[in-house]
Design a protein around this ligand. Structure first.
Ligand code: FAD
Length: 287
């Protein structure tokens, strides 16, 4: 019966990472709890029925944002609002806090966390697209220690990641990047992304030396539009060149997802439009 009440579960509130990992390792049906904005609705609908919740909120240090080897390190428990307002993040890789500031609504941003979003790998999430475009990495910690996984390898499909059972996301890292932009078309009710496009441009002497264009929401995981991005290398990013590059975006999307709100065809169209806009913004920033 549809009750909107979760099935029974135990509740743990560990105060160290080791304790959390040991609790998760002792019960394969236990799940970590971060902001709860995805997990709790799933539990109420009984789409998830964990035997125990391991609340990460009392583990110190997991919500830190810091500079790391010229790049940015964001702790898993960092909320979207904390990231959006972080001067450190804005100084090193502004596209990431900008992305955080456009997630859902204020309540979602105040509770939802970077680690929860990344681990959940919702096809309507924003960070996977931006992390892939920036060449970011995800740090996972489990009983065998810590490992760093490239965003391209981490995101595997709809709600599917490279995390092993019992492993926690502890941080994400991105290189310092100024020439990047992320644009999205939001669902008008939830704010979730229908299509999101991230563009990253490096330029020297007015000409592009490297470019990346990543499309989210049309496939899961997000996909790189490599031919489109590479067509811009060597040039100044003229309006014509950007329009031609956007015209190549569909080549990267052989099977577009569709649903009641947006068909695959419409999503592919949005991807092209947003790609042209994101590339234009990224070129302006790179200059
Ligand atoms: P939780 O709900 O606590 O956990 C989600 C899943 O991740 C669970 O399976 C949990 O066990 C696991 N988990 C949590 N933390 C970790 C960890 N550190 N390591 C390993 N596993 C972990 N997202 C967007 O990107 N863009 C949007 O526009 C957007 N709009 C939204 C609008 C609404 C109305 C709502 C409710 C959500 C929206 N979201 C959006 C999702 C939001 O960003 C959530 O914060 C995110 O999905 C999950 O983060 P959380 O901290 O709430 O995780």
């Amino acid at each position: 019966m549809y009750t909107m009440r979760p099935a029974e579960f135990e509740y743990h509130q560990p105060t160290s990472l080791d304790e959390a990992i040991s609790l998760l390792g002792s019960d394969e049906e236990a799940r970590p709890l971060a902001g709860g904005h995805s997990l709790l609705p799933m539990m109420k609908l009984r789409l998830a029925m964990p035997t125990a919740l391991v609340d990460l909120s009392r583990i110190p240090g997991l919500d830190e944002i810091s500079a790391s080897n010229g790049g940015l390190k964001v702790g898993a428990l960092t909320t979207h609002s904390a990231l959006a307002g972080s001067e450190v993040a804005i100084g090193i890789a502004p596209v990431l806090p900008e992305t955080a500031g456009r997630i859902g609504d204020r309540q979602v941003r105040n509770c939802g966390t970077v680690g929860g979003s990344v681990a959940h790998a919702d096809p309507g999430a924003d960070y996977p697209t931006v992390l892939k475009a920036l060449g970011g990495t995800i740090t996972a910690t489990g009983k065998d220690g810590e490992r760093e996984i490239g965003a391209d390898d981490f995101f595997r499909g709809i709600f599917e990641t490279a995390l092993d059972p019992g492993e926690l996301v502890t941080s994400v890292k991105v290189p310092g990047t100024s020439g990047a932009a992320y644009l999205k078309h939001r669902h008008p009710a939830s704010g979730y992304t229908i299509v999101g496009v991230a563009a990253v441009v490096t330029a020297e002497g007015g000409n592009c030396t490297a470019a990346r264009l990543t499309i989210g929401g049309v496939t899961s995981p997000p996909v790189h539009a490599t031919a489109a991005a590479e067509s811009l290398v060597g040039g100044p990013g003229s309006e014509e060149a950007i329009a031609a590059a956007a015209g190549k975006v569909a080549e990267a999307i052989p099977h577009a997802m569709g649903d009641a709100y947006a068909s695959g065809e419409y999503r592919t169209h949005l991807a092209k439009v947003l790609a042209a806009r994101a590339l234009t913004e990224a070129f302006e920033r790179a200059a």
